[in-house]
Design a protein around this ligand. Structure first.
Ligand code: SF4
Length: 186
């Protein structure tokens, strides 16, 4: 079963049922899926209760915005395997927004983009960081030369730390515009 199939299946059944099936069946062939019982079996009670033996629960915070809601990251052999809400966190008090609840996918998602991509003739191609930075900066400088510095709007991220926000503001000033705001403004 592919990771995508497991993820899709998890959306359509309860967590407990999904764990019962998925904890054991992660390696059987996609073609045989649920038809074959050779390579899938119900999880034991113990496996349902503890699908990640030896894991540690580590207190951390969601890094998506500056609210800093609490997260419990479950880590097995140095790998983040599961996420839970931090019930006793003094700010979030056991809740998340919809972004924070999937914070683990910033690390584990198979859809995560890990390098720059450029669309060429309708298809995405991998390019180097140097190429990406150079092409973007060349285009920005051309736009400024043709239209002035206010042609650009700098939109800060809720993921910025204080120091990143400071440098971002400085960059906009150096560029020559006051067109700078925070993404939460929308
Ligand atoms: S993105 Fe959501 S869960 Fe994460 S810190 Fe901000 S409000 Fe909290």
């Amino acid at each position: 079963m592919s990771k995508e199939m497991l993820k899709d299946a998890s959306l359509h059944m309860g967590r407990r049922s999904f764990l019962k099936m998925a904890a054991i069946g992660a390696s059987f062939g996609a073609g045989s899926a649920f038809a074959s019982s050779d390579s899938i079996r119900p999880a034991t009670e113990e496996e349902v209760k503890n699908p990640f033996p030896g894991s540690k629960r580590v207190k951390t915070i969601c890094s998506i915005c500056s609210a800093g809601c609490g997260i419990i990251a479950e880590v097995q052999n140095g790998v983040w395997v599961r996420q839970d809400v931090a019930q006793d966190h003094p700010i979030s008090e056991g809740s998340h927004c919809c972004k924070g609840i999937d914070q683990i996918d910033l690390v584990k998602s198979t859809q995560r983009i890990k390098y720059p991509l450029k669309k060429v003739d309708g298809k995405w191609q991998r390019i180097s960081w140097d190429q990406a930075v150079n092409e973007i900066s060349e285009k920005m400088l051309k736009m400024r030369a043709e239209n002035g510095p206010d042609i650009v709007e700098f939109l800060g991220s809720a993921k910025f730390s204080l120091q990143q926000a400071f440098y971002f503001r400085k960059f906009a000033a150096m560029w020559g515009t006051n067109n700078i705001d925070h993404v939460a403004r929308i």
